[in-house]
Each structure stands twice: as structure tokens, then as C-alpha cells.
Design a protein. Structure first.
Length: 384
């Protein structure tokens, strides 16, 4: 096995800059392969002011193994992880995304999407370059598939970010647009400071992370929107370059840790838009997280490497919503379909309108302390 490792490492080095993720190597050689490479010799220059010692890694026979996500990249000196945000310098793993924001905006919280968490709230949304998935349909590939140093740099350390939130009187902070989990150290530190300042923290994530770091992060995170790419492992590998099982485990762990969770599912036309598949995932959500878990079915529009695929037909989405409701979920929404009545939250007992939305705007809010004012039914969520 060691001979195989040395042989493969030399082959990659001989090819120059290589982009080999652990998932791709497992597809070629099977799950027994111990070598996982990101970007070979892609960090040969000096590290910049955004670098910090990384968490969740260990030395492995003269190399470095990252234990943050299921790719578990094994890296040598000057190598860069599959996520692009972690590099090896001096035999130690460094994060190069710490405070290196590439996007900052104020959004309605409904845009995340979060429908049962602080409705009508304005949320400070930030992102850093990098991602540990390779989604064919990525709408933010211009930042998610870039190194943190190669995108706009809005240097802002955690204390400055939280101070900005307080200055603007924003009750919540979201890490979104790219994959926040690959900026683990910054997210963890900023979320801890935000909690101390009375600001809630939200993650918009694909959930591809190991259980140890996830549980550490869950202690300072208030809510998560988790986007599941498919409910078949083979399709997950094809559409996102990742595996399904770790994502499902993330959902379970977040539930165990008491983090508010809403699930989303992008229905890519003729790819992941089968109502039966959506129904199977919905049934899993009912068993694992509960029937009150909000579920967002998102309409696909042409993006990134799927430019020639048409938008998801709305009748297809309506059929998938019906399948999810039949599976037992009580709150199933159609995202990216602004005119749909399926954006409205109704009481599951008496069907009274509780939250009415026009796109991302809440036009009517009838909830009373998390209950239906008509029949008293408890509506799962966080409302204050």
C-alpha cells in the first residue's frame, strides 16, 4: 500500500498541477485507497495575511491528512486541499480563508431559504471562496470554485464582522453563497462572538463534513439550511462529486445537537426531478428529523455546466410536492416559483394562513408565539 501511495504521488507530481479529489480516486481504485490529493503544489508561494492554523488535521507518514470533510485529503508540502481553502506549509495545515470575505450583503432571511426561523428578519450574508463539492449546476461557481486569494477580498476578522452586524442592528448572520464548512475556523470563531453579542448564526450548506467538526460547530450555530443534491448515491457523485451518506448523517447530527434545520432539494430537470425520489427523501426526513421539518423544493435554472438544460417544469415540482406531503411532511414549499401558493405557511390542522409570502417578502404574518391563532396548533420553528 505504501508503494502504491508513492507511485501515485510521483505520477501526480509528474503531471504538474493535478486536480484529484478523494471521491474521484475512490471511483477509480475503490474505497481501500488511502491517498487523497487536492491540488498538487498549488500553494508554492508565501501564505498571506488571511492564513491561520487549521483545525481538524493530523500528520500521516510525512504527509498531512485533513479530517474536516469526508474527502479526507492527504497532502504534501505546498499542496492545496480539494476545497481550495486549506494548504500545507511547514508540514502543517493552514486555512487561507480566515477573514478573507469575497461577498457581503443584507438579505431577507427567506432567501436562504428559511421559512420557520425569524420570519421577516434581515440577515447579514457573507461568503469566502472555496467549496468541497463540484456541483454541475452551481450558481455561484465564480466564487465557490476559486481559491480564496483569487476572488474579491473584503478583509474582515470575526470581531469586525460581528461589530458590523451590531452597528446595523441585524439580529442574524448567515454564511452562504459558497460552502461555509470549508472555512470552518472563521465560521466557528465568528459564530461564537455573534452568540455572545446576541446575534444568531445561520449556515447555508451542502453539509459535507465529518461528525467531529460538525458537533463542535453545532454548539455555536442556531439554524441551518441544508441543500441535498440527490437521494441516490450514484447521482450524488455525478452531480456534486460527493457521497450521500455523510450528508444524511449531518442532518441527523444537527437534529441531535438542537440546531434548527430546514432542508432544500434542487430539482434539476431530467436529472434530480423525479417525484418518486423526492418522496423517498421526504419519507427519510419524516423518520430522521420529524414531520414538522420544513422542506424546500427549488426550481432549477440553467447554470454553470448545465447551461443547456431547461428550467424545471412547474407541474413536475407540484407533483414532487404532492409526493413529499404524501410521505408525511407537513410543510413543503416551492422555491424559485414566486407566484406559487406553496410559499404560504398554513396550519396543518385547520389550514389557516399563518405566513404569506410574495417571493422573499412576507406580506402577512399571523403566528402568535409560534402557534396558530385559530386553533392553537404549535408550528415548529424559531420565531423570536
Amino acid at each position: 500500500m505504501n508503494d502504491r501511495r508513492r507511485f501515485l504521488k510521483r505520477c501526480v507530481a509528474g503531471c504538474g498541477l493535478a486536480v484529484l479529489g478523494a471521491t474521484a480516486l475512490r471511483d477509480l481504485f475503490g474505497d481501500g485507497l488511502p491517498l487523497g490529493l487536492g491540488f498538487r503544489n498549488d500553494a508554492s508561494g508565501p501564505i498571506d495575511r488571511f492564513s491561520r492554523p487549521a483545525a481538524w488535521w493530523r500528520a500521516d507518514g510525512g504527509l498531512v491528512r485533513c479530517d474536516l470533510c469526508p474527502h479526507r485529503c492527504v497532502l504534501g508540502e505546498n499542496d492545496r486541499g480539494f476545497c481550495r481553502s486549506r494548504v500545507v506549509k511547514g508540514g502543517a495545515l493552514q486555512t487561507v480563508a480566515y477573514g478573507n470575505l469575497c461577498s457581503l450583503a443584507v438579505d431577507p432571511i427567506e432567501k436562504k431559504p428559511l421559512y420557520h426561523f425569524l420570519p421577516r428578519t434581515k440577515i447579514l450574508s457573507v461568503a469566502m471562496g472555496g467549496c468541497n463539492l463540484r456541483c454541475l449546476n452551481c450558481q455561484n461557481a465564480g466564487i465557490s470554485q476559486e481559491r480564496p486569494a483569487d476572488v474579491q477580498q473584503l478583509g474582515m476578522l470575526p470581531d469586525a464582522l460581528v461589530a458590523l452586524g451590531r452597528e446595523r442592528a441585524l439580529p442574524a448572520l448567515a454564511f452562504t453563497y459558497t460552502e461555509p464548512l470549508v472555512s470552518f475556523e472563521y465560521v466557528r470563531d465568528a459564530a461564537a462572538l455573534a452568540r455572545a453579542a446576541g446575534i444568531r448564526t445561520v449556515l447555508v450548506t451542502a453539509g459535507y463534513i465529518e461528525e467531529g467538526p460538525l458537533r463542535e460547530l453545532a454548539r455555536v450555530i442556531d439554524a441551518v439550511t441544508l441543500d441535498v443534491k440527490a437521494f441516490r448515491d450514484a447521482l450524488y457523485r455525478e452531480v456534486a462529486g460527493a457521497r450521500l451518506a455523510p450528508v444524511l448523517r449531518t442532518l441527523e447530527v444537527l437534529k441531535e445537537e438542537g440546531v434548527w434545520v430546514e432542508a432544500s432539494f434542487l430539482m434539476v430537470t431530467d436529472f434530480s426531478d423525479e417525484p418518486a425520489e423526492v418522496g423517498r427523501f421526504a419519507a427519510w426526513l419524516v423518520r430522521a428529523l420529524g414531520a414538522g421539518t420544513p422542506f424546500h423544493l427549488l426550481r432549477f435554472f440553467p447554470a454553470h455546466r448545465l447551461q443547456n438544460r431547461p428550467p424545471t417544469p412547474i407541474p413536475r415540482m407540484e407533483a414532487a410536492r404532492a409526493a413529499a406531503l404524501e410521505a408525511g411532511l407537513r410543510f413543503v414549499y416551492l422555491g424559485n416559483v414566486p407566484e406559487a401558493d406553496a410559499n404560504t405557511t398554513r396550519c396543518p390542522r385547520c389550514r389557516s394562513v399563518l405566513i404569506e409570502r410574495q417571493g422573499f417578502v412576507v406580506s402577512r404574518l399571523e403566528l402568535r408565539d409560534g402557534h396558530c391563532p385559530t386553533c392553537g396548533e404549535t408550528i415548529p420553528g424559531v420565531y423570536r
